[in-house]
Design a binder for this molecule. Sequence first.
Ligand SMILES: Nc1ncnc2c1ncn2[C@@H]1O[C@H](COP(=O)(O)OP(=O)(O)O)[C@@H](O)[C@H]1O
Ligand SMILES: [Mg+2]
Length: 419
Amino acid sequence: MSRNNELQDIMDLLKKLEGKKYGICIRDTEGIIKYINSIYLKNINCEAESFIKGDKKESILNERDCYLKQKTIKENNVCEKDPFIKFIGKSDSISEALNIATKASKGNSNVVIFGESGTGKELIAEGIHKGSYRANGPFIRVNCAAIPSNLLESELFGHERGAFTGAIRKKLGKFELAENGSIFLDEIGDLEKSLQVKILRVIQEKEFQRVGGEETLKTNARIIAATNRNLKKMVEQGDFREDLYYRLNVIPIQLPPLRNRKDDIELLIDYFLEKMNLQLNKNVKFITGRAMKVFMNYNWPGNIRELENIIERIMTLIDEDYIDIHHIPKGILEQDKTFINENDKSKGGINNILSISAKDEILPLKVYEKKIIETALKKYGSFNAAGKALGISHKTVAAKSRQYGVEKQVIWDKRNKVK
Ligand SMILES: Nc1ncnc2c1ncn2[C@@H]1O[C@H](COP(=O)(O)OP(=O)(O)O)[C@@H](O)[C@H]1O
Ligand SMILES: [Mg+2]
């Protein structure tokens, strides 16, 4: 395809997406797909617009030296070509992990993913499976820490009828279910020693027996393991078999905690905003700079899982179309010393519009406008009276209150009018 055709395709695509709340992917010259949020999309749209109008922007592609590929970021409708599309992050440590994971997905070696809880180990494991030739086979998860050890063996290898009390019928184990696919052994560090031997046998001989069974069964499932524990140290302390450690640890992937890759926080928040807007049918457009600062200063012990949960909680409860400090759970605010200090110093912000000073963060005008319209309606209870007080027509008040979604104040206020 010629450069011009390619460019035209992109312009057509951008035109179609314009104004819609879609994320798009951008594939750079090395073929790496990156997620670009919709705010960025707006900028690109503007650039495309001026390009189409014929001024200056001939360099849009030269400068970026990449071509755009459209994809909505709606869950389940993701770019099939990139198995890690749901994995967001561009910090160095994450790019390195992704790079190894991508290469690992093409091979058949055992992989262990290390990282604290919530850092995305399972997401990476899924990506490795989806990127492999086994993608059409099953991806079977087993959480070795969640299943009592006396049941784990039969969970992994299955059991014959009557193998133990309660085994009323034959059951297939996860290794059998993972035939032609991948088995994800999560929290492998929590595996008891007796089971460690059995897993070692599966890796070495590719065979196992059901509990209470005689028959030797073959498996071709690929093992992807994960743990939040330091396996090497466990080996030194005699808690994890050394032979199993080396068998598993052919390709180690280290996922950093979120507090060590703060560059990614903004990107992740944008992604979750977009995702929750679709899921919860909301229209939250941005997060204020000072709220973002609090998120950046927080140390995220629960990593991305915690961040995702907090954004979901905020977005479920929110009435406004932006996230500000008062939406953030107390526990997180309290940890933020800079915020507490700054808040002592300046009492500016949306609730103190008139005392705002140059020290404060200045919010977009419409945030103040919304607050003023809302307060006026609350106080006066009608478009007419609010309009008089604000020195604008009742039509303007009505239009703006609809725009900001605060017109309900009128009805509310008829009953609870402030005298
Ligand atoms: N890099 C990432 N981009 C987007 N979502 C992520 C990322 N890492 C983790 N998540 C999300 O965070 C949650 C926890 O991830 P998970 O893979 O279960 O972590 P772990 O297995 O390390 O505990 C999941 O909902 C997952 O989708
Ligand atoms: Mg997990």
